[in-house]
Ligand binder design. Structure first.
Ligand SMILES: *[C@@H]1O[C@H](CO)[C@@H](O)[C@H](O)[C@H]1NC(C)=O
Ligand SMILES: *[C@@H]1O[C@H](CO)[C@@H](O)[C@H](O)[C@H]1NC(C)=O
Ligand SMILES: *[C@@H]1O[C@H](CO)[C@@H](O)[C@H](O)[C@H]1NC(C)=O
Ligand SMILES: *[C@@H]1O[C@H](CO)[C@@H](O)[C@H](O)[C@H]1NC(C)=O
Ligand SMILES: *[C@@H]1O[C@H](CO)[C@@H](O)[C@H](O)[C@H]1NC(C)=O
Ligand SMILES: *[C@@H]1O[C@H](CO)[C@@H](O)[C@H](O)[C@H]1NC(C)=O
Ligand SMILES: *[C@@H]1O[C@H](CO)[C@@H](O)[C@H](O)[C@H]1NC(C)=O
Ligand SMILES: *[C@@H]1O[C@H](CO)[C@@H](O)[C@H](O)[C@H]1NC(C)=O
Ligand SMILES: *[C@@H]1O[C@H](CO)[C@@H](O)[C@H](O)[C@H]1NC(C)=O
Ligand SMILES: *[C@@H]1O[C@H](CO)[C@@H](O)[C@H](O)[C@H]1NC(C)=O
Ligand SMILES: CC(=O)N[C@H]1CO[C@H](CO)[C@@H](O)[C@@H]1O
Length: 632
């Protein structure tokens, strides 16, 4: 969607600042942080929301890089596959690998051929070859005693970025499993395909069947079936505190039957059938329930697990589910929680242990559904929430349970003590600024998750919107005794296949092209500079165009977060009695429409060290900027 920018004259700008902007006069704001008192602030404040949208999972953070590798779905096709030399490919329905992977890829080799034959896979709009040791796994059926060469080839250039010759002895009785590694050199772009090839004379006139061909780079933390390191590393650098998963709309399903089913995302990948995702493409579910928990453990994130709550998006197919019909779904959620939390003597805990994880996962938070105030979910949500809440709370009284909306009309008239609510806000930059005091005025009975928020109506986050987000976040942090957790959404985007913009981290399959947007930097700056107590700040200035919040952390660490929503430079003076040194991080741009995109990344944070003899730090904030002063 093309961005229709708002007028540069923001409602928060006074007539004076508009006047003086013409003369390039810097404005002044003095703040004094009160070191006594303050309100406790949440240790989980800034996290991630993940669902498979825009190929953020398959084709994105999930390490497996070949598209359509299991020919899954009710009407499979040959997307991404091709043949090499004197051979053809077809979907074979008579040689299933497993019940879940009911089809294989048949390679029919011409009679009398002597050249190279084989199959290719184009990946998800390319393959990001990062130079690491890669691993391929596949099954093969058919009579062969010879070598298959696995290689990564530049499309158009023919450059080979990695290749290995794999001795194979397979028969037509059953599939033979192949596991091979190949060293690679880093590709300059993502225009690379994967190839399995062999000498045609060894199989002339015959057919070979390939099942579930997989390709991984060396994964994040070297985990089997793990994550793409180039994306995981960028996420890790945010220093976030929690991961909300697996959705989002993607847990709901378009229809009852294609809701996210936890039990079909566990165990060996060849036993996962995948599902038609909510965002218009097939999900392999290779990134499944256990993989999400490994992700959390490896990145130091608290899991926030969402469960399906009786509501699919298209209500035509018998949803929302209510009354007695809910019982099997509640039972299913309890089974899921036993899989996650039960020890290995329990039925489902034993299943988890059999899948390689003996210790229960550490889960303290569960969200019941997603956005149940939308699309016809509201009227029945109070009933559905209560039914799930009662059943789960009875068995797991220590879990924090979260309602998927904060709209009072969709919630039970009295919320159970300790339950949280979820508020979402996609908004224009101005709209986010208008929401600055939203959290000052909420009903203070419940704690909040702000499970999704971001600027909207742009292709990539723009600086003005990122400042708007920072102001919205300052509003949250000022109230972080109640606003426990907040996650920007969506998180990741393969730019070649996109359903929603903007996203925090867009990427292409060019190995280095994982974009740190202006909003990414804001998330990172707020996340790594998290205190535990929100402090009172006094000032002669009112909020707007400069906004702030201060907190203290362990030792004598203080953090002052600031946003300048305007085209004037601002002179800042921040006093924190007795402190002498500070690190200042500023991200901003004179152009409110500046954006980091695959076409260029003009905006980067600037770091500087400040000193003070009397506790007062002075510095300037550029136009359209966000800053964090970390003092001690
Ligand atoms: C600082 O906070 C303390 C504790 O809340 C309060 O008693 C004191 O009046 C505040 N000081 C100023 C200057 O506002
Ligand atoms: C072919 O399969 C791919 C991958 O599952 C899917 O995205 C695409 O929509 C399918 N195309 C057709 C024409 O069915
Ligand atoms: C090479 O790229 C073209 C254009 O994107 C695509 O149609 C073709 O399938 C690719 N080749 C291979 C072997 O994947
Ligand atoms: C994917 O998008 C990038 C950035 O727009 C572009 O350079 C690249 O050619 C695209 N790849 C394909 C396979 O379309
Ligand atoms: C088959 O592969 C093995 C292992 O990579 C290699 O040693 C052997 O030379 C290859 N044979 C042929 C005929 O290429
Ligand atoms: C054939 O191979 C598949 C995949 O490894 C395996 O699940 C199955 O048990 C095998 N069947 C027979 C009859 O050996
Ligand atoms: C998963 O659970 C659903 C019930 O929610 C059931 O219909 C389905 O058959 C189960 N799938 C597997 C593979 O057991
Ligand atoms: C919040 O608590 C106040 C006072 O205890 C009560 O009047 C109000 O109805 C409560 N609101 C909700 C939504 O429970
Ligand atoms: C602490 O919370 C109270 C109640 O919401 C509020 O009135 C007060 O301003 C807060 N203090 C700080 C330092 O944020
Ligand atoms: C602290 O020092 C700065 C200059 O470093 C000065 O501008 C300011 O007035 C001083 N503040 C106090 C309270 O003395
Ligand atoms: C708008 C857009 O890019 N949509 C694409 C989303 O992804 C699917 C396939 O995964 C494409 O078919 C759409 O064109």
């Amino acid at each position: 969607m093309p961005f229709k920018g708002p007028s540069i004259m923001q409602s928060g700008l006074s007539a004076l600042s508009i006047c003086c902007a013409l003369f390039q006069t810097a404005q002044g704001v003095s703040l004094e942080v009160n070191k006594s008192g303050g309100n406790a602030s949440s240790p989980l404040m800034y996290g991630f929301m993940f669902e498979d949208i825009n190929h953020s999972g398959d084709g994105g953070i999930y390490g497996q890089m070949l598209q359509n590798n299991g020919l899954q779905g009710t009407t499979p096709n040959l997307t991404a596959w091709g043949s090499v030399g004197d051979s053809t490919i077809a979907i074979d329905y008579d040689n299933p690998l497993t019940t879940a992977i009911p089809n294989s890829l048949r390679l029919d080799v011409a009679k009398d051929t002597t050249g190279t034959v084989g199959v290719t896979n184009a990946g998800y709009w390319g393959i990001p070859v990062d130079g690491s040791e890669h691993q391929t796994y596949f099954w093969i059926k058919g009579d062969l005693s010879g070598n298959i060469t696995a290689s990564l080839v530049g499309n158009g250039t023919g450059t080979v970025y990695g290749s290995t010759s794999i001795p194979i002895t397979s028969t037509s009785d059953n599939f033979t499993y192949v596991d091979a590694s190949l060293s690679t050199s880093k590709a300059p772009d993502g225009d690379v395909y994967f190839q399995l090839s062999l000498d045609g004379s060894e199989v002339a006139g015959a057919s070979l069947y390939f099942g579930l061909v997989q390709l991984f780079p060396t994964t994040y933390k070297k985990r089997y079936n793990g994550l793409q390191p180039r994306i995981a590393n960028v996420l890790e650098a945010v220093g976030a505190s929690f991961l909300r998963f697996p959705g989002g709309n993607n847990i709901e399903g378009e229809y009852l039957d294609n809701r996210w089913k936890w039990n079909e995302t566990i165990g060996p990948v060849q036993d996962r059938p995948g599902r038609w995702g909510t965002w218009g493409y097939y999900n392999t579910d290779g990134l499944g329930l256990d993989e999400y928990f490994y992700w959390c453990e490896d990145m130091g994130l608290e899991p926030l697990l969402a469960i399906w709550d009786g509501f699919a998006l298209e209500s035509g197919a018998g949803t929302p589910v209510t009354g007695d019909a809910l019982t099997p779904y509640i039972d299913d959620a309890l089974n899921e929680l036993e899989y996650v939390l039960g020890d290995s003597s329990t039925t489902y805990g034993a299943m988890r242990a059999a899948n390689g994880r003996t210790e229960p996962w550490k889960v303290t938070m569960v969200e019941i559904g997603n956005e149940d105030h939308l699309g016809g979910g509201c009227a029945t949500y109070a009933e559905r929430f209560t039914a799930f809440y009662d059943a789960i709370h009875a068995k797991y009284p220590d879990l924090t349970l979260i309602a998927s909306t904060n709209e009072v009309s969709c919630l039970p008239s009295t919320m159970p003590t300790g339950a949280m609510v979820d508020y979402h806000d996609y908004n224009t930059p101005d709209g986010l600024v208008d929401q600055f005091d939203y959290f000052d005025n909420i009903d203070r009975n419940s704690s909040y998750l702000v499970g999704e928020y971001a600027q909207n109506n742009v292709d990539y986050p723009i600086m003005q919107g990122s400042v708007g987000e920072a102001i919205f976040m300052i509003g949250m942090e000022r109230n972080s005794d109640l606003i426990k957790m907040a996650s920007y959404a969506p998180l990741l985007q393969l730019v070649n296949s996109t359903q929603w913009t903007p996203n925090l981290i867009p990427f292409t399959q060019s190995p280095d092209e994982v974009i740190e947007t202006t909003s990414y930097y804001v998330q990172q700056m707020f996340s790594v500079n998290l205190g535990d107590t929100v402090k009172e700040v006094s000032s002669d200035s009112a909020f707007g165009p400069v906004y702030w919040v201060a907190s203290s952390g362990s030792g004598s660490n203080y953090y002052v977060k600031l946003a300048n929503y305007g085209s004037d430079t601002q002179d800042l003076s921040v006093t924190i009695d007795g402190l002498t040194t500070a690190k200042l991080t500023v991200v901003g741009d004179d152009d409110p429409n500046a954006a980091n995109t695959p076409d260029g990344t003009p905006v980067v944070p600037v770091h500087s060290d400040l000193k003070s003899s009397n506790g007062t730090f002075t510095f300037t904030m550029p136009a359209w900027s966000v800053a964090v002063l970390a003092a001690s």
